[in-house]
Design a protein around this ligand. Structure first.
Ligand SMILES: *Cc1c(COP(=O)(O)O)cnc(C)c1O
Length: 397
């Protein structure tokens, strides 16, 4: 879809972008369950392999269902190109290994997904790629961490699980003034609430596993950015490295995109009410949610995002024991580390998503033992609050 779709609204693109109907005239998009594709003759096969004629060869390279997902997400993120990947982590891996070589350096926010920390801190150094971690909202430390070897800056905003917000435009200026790239993991907001490319980022990363699917079914990821940045090294790494998205998962995600915006609005509404309710409870020490006046970047969130998101974290009075007691008393929420689901989920970051961190690292990034993270789902908000209330009463006993 080209120029015509550029003028369509995001809601229309979410439903329509990227669809190419087959001769069967199907209304819903097809799942192309085919690992390879046939050629009219030997000459066509040769031309495809030589890259002289466009078209499918093998589903590790391209697949029509994956392409529909890619074009739809690219349209929503306002990027030229999207590459679907087998998971959010493989989206990050393909981006890093596609763009970087031994001797290169990354500056990354400290407050990122635990597995991403592990990749940057423990795995990439084996290949000569090192990372300096900085405070998400301390812009001076971003600047001073940049060296001549630095190739890119990496962050998530809002951060997981503390929902800190970084000024993407400001970090894009810092990156570009020194000729570096800015990469934003937009998992928490999705394009429905935040458009990092419009704010100056060069590449957007997604774990499609979260809100893009939205119903906890499939693992997948995506990379969005310009043709020039993605088309060469990142795509070359993916098609050879093999971290391709499966057509079935692509189909689930592209159907997820059709309802993304209304789901995100409902997640935000429920989360706002829950954050406000938690803020007035005796068993709660502190609530982390960008939609609260008390959030340190409340104003920036309001300018940069079109909603505050579905993730609410809070600290209970006490430590790990009290947090576990609260979680074990919960009835409606699912105890799972996944997020971005229609079903509300509850997790204890310090002993699950962030268990690999040392005590020192955990305290540096503010993952306290009493911290609980909620991914607020789409159940009736009064049922969710009743559940939190009964678990909180259990604590004060
Ligand atoms: C889950 C997650 C990832 C990793 O995605 P997977 O699909 O689990 O590989 C990356 N970044 C963030 C912010 C996440 O929440």
């Amino acid at each position: 879809m080209t120029d015509k779709t550029k003028q369509l609204s995001a809601d229309t693109l979410a439903v329509r972008a990227g669809q190419v109907r087959s001769h069967e005239g199907e209304h819903s998009e097809l799942i192309f369950a085919s690992s390879s594709y046939v050629f009219a003759d030997a000459a066509e096969a040769a031309a495809r392999f030589a890259g002289d004629s466009p078209g499918n060869i093998y589903s590790r390279f391209t697949n029509p269902t994956v392409r529909t997902f890619e074009q739809r997400l690219a349209a929503l993120e306002q990027g030229e190109r999207c590459i679907g990947t087998s998971s959010g982590m493989s989206a990050i891996l393909c981006t890093m290994l596609g763009l970087l070589k031994s001797g290169d350096h990354i500056v990354s926010s400290r407050s990122i997904f635990g597995t991403t920390v592990n990749l940057l801190a423990n795995i990439l150094p084996k290949y000569g790629i090192t990372t300096t971690f900085v405070d998400l909202t301390n812009y001076e430390t971003w600047e001073t961490a940049i060296t001549p070897e630095t190739k890119l800056l990496f962050l998530e905003t809002p951060s997981n699980p503390l929902t800190e917000i970084a000024d993407i435009s400001r970090l894009a200026e810092i990156a570009h003034s020194k000729d570096k790239l800015l990469i934003v993991d937009n998992c928490f907001c999705t394009p429905s609430l935040q458009l990092p490319l419009k704010l100056g980022a060069d590449i957007v990363i997604h774990s499609a596993t979260k809100y893009l699917d939205g119903q906890g079914r499939c693992v997948g990821g995506a990379i969005v950015g310009s043709d020039a940045l993605l088309g060469e090294d990142i795509y070359a790494f993916l098609r050879t490295g093999g971290a391709s998205m499966s057509p079935f998962n692509a189909w689930v995600f592209l159907k997820g995109l059709e309802t993304l915006s209304i789901r995100m609005q409902a997640h935000c509404q429920n989360a706002q009410q829950i954050a406000e309710w938690l803020n007035s409870q005796k068993f709660v020490k502190k609530v982390y949610y960008p939609g609260l006046d008390s959030h340190p970047q409340h104003q920036l969130a309001a300018e940069q995002q079109s909603g505050s998101g579905g993730i609410v974290s809070f600290e209970v009075n006490g430590g790990k024991e009290q947090a576990w007691q609260f979680i074990d008393a919960i009835k409606l929420f699912s105890i799972t580390a996944n997020l971005g689901d229609t079903k509300s989920t509850i997790t204890h970051p310090r002993t699950t998503t962030h268990h690999k961190l040392t005590d020192e690292q955990a305290s540096e990034v503010g993952i306290k033992p009493g911290l609980i993270r909620l991914s607020v789902g789409l159940e009736g908000v009064s049922d969710i609050i009743d559940d939190l209330d009964q678990a909180g009463l259990n604590m004060t006993k």
